[in-house]
Design a protein around this ligand. Structure first.
Ligand code: AP5
Length: 230
């Protein structure tokens, strides 16, 4: 893997439909370059698990495959990337997902830069996968229930050695409730109407790169790194 992308701060947004492989790639990339992986979906699920007010307010939207209201998500993510452990490198996975979210992120980073910080979204990677593949990926996904691990598997494309058991930590694998096929179609619809317009938004800022995500994960990562370096 080319080295330069790992030798400069990464401030990246990973964009793509549900099941495009954003989480899989963000974990691989963050593991290699030491960036903080910030997944808005994982953060919301953790709030639900802990039964916080935010978790309770997000629950119905997530179960129906709808986006959680912008104000709830923006505050949660911006607060996270201001923490000291976010340092100078982060990968945002699943955020922003609407134009107002992207504008809030830009405003926040602009204010940070004005205060002497080095913040700016340097890269936006769009993971492109055909719809028919997305549905198979989502309905076959299994996730480690151990929240400290959270490894992502697939019954067909990335099966663990023992069915139902995480190779990484031995935790139990579970299907996300929103990976049921009826909810998956709602999520894809929300993506098309609310998130896809961000491709033009970031292309207009000259930071968008497109990755062919319909190939094995290691090949996707190689493509991603090549594009970020380029
Ligand atoms: P979230 O958790 O962000 O879900 P998502 O965007 O729908 O994305 P996924 O996690 O489903 O897919 P992914 O692209 O990460 O794919 P993965 O790598 O897992 O959001 C859930 C909900 O939270 C939303 O519906 C919404 O309600 C709410 N929410 C979250 N953020 C929000 C925001 N900003 N604003 C408002 N609401 C928000 O891969 C999928 C499967 O494919 C896995 O099984 C994996 O093993 C397999 N796979 C991955 N890559 C490959 C490959 N290259 N080849 C073969 N199989 C592969």
């Amino acid at each position: 893997m080319g080295a330069s992308v790992t030798h400069q701060p990464i401030r990246a947004v990973f964009l793509g439909a549900p099941g495009a492989g954003k989480g899989t790639q963000a974990k691989m990339m963050a593991g290699r370059c030491g960036a903080l992986h910030v997944s808005s979906g994982d953060m919301l699920r953790e709030h639900r698990r802990r039964g916080t007010d935010l978790g309770r307010r997000a629950q119905g939207y997530m179960d129906r495959g709808q986006l959680v209201p912008d104000d709830l998500v923006v505050a949660m993510v911006l607060e996270r990337i201001r923490q000291p452990d976010a340092g100078r490198s982060w990968i945002l996975d699943g955020f922003p997902r609407t134009l107002p979210q992207a504008q809030s992120l830009d405003r926040s980073l602009h204010a940070e830069r004005a205060g002497g910080g080095t913040a700016a979204v340097r890269h936006v990677a769009y993971f492109d996968v055909p719809d028919a593949i997305l549905v198979r990926r989502l309905t076959g996904r299994r996730t480690c229930s151990n929240s400290a691990c959270g490894a992502i598997w697939h019954v067909e494309f990335q099966p663990p050695r023992v069915a139902g058991v995480c190779d990484s930590c031995g935790g139990q694998l579970a299907q996300r409730p929103d990976d049921r096929e009826d909810v998956v179609h709602q999520r894809l619809e929300a993506y098309r109407t609310q998130t896809e317009p961000l491709l033009d938004y970031y292309a207009g800022r000259g930071v968008l790169v497109e990755v062919d995500a319909d190939q094995p994960p290691e090949a996707v990562l190689a493509d991603l790194v090549g594009k970020l370096d380029g």
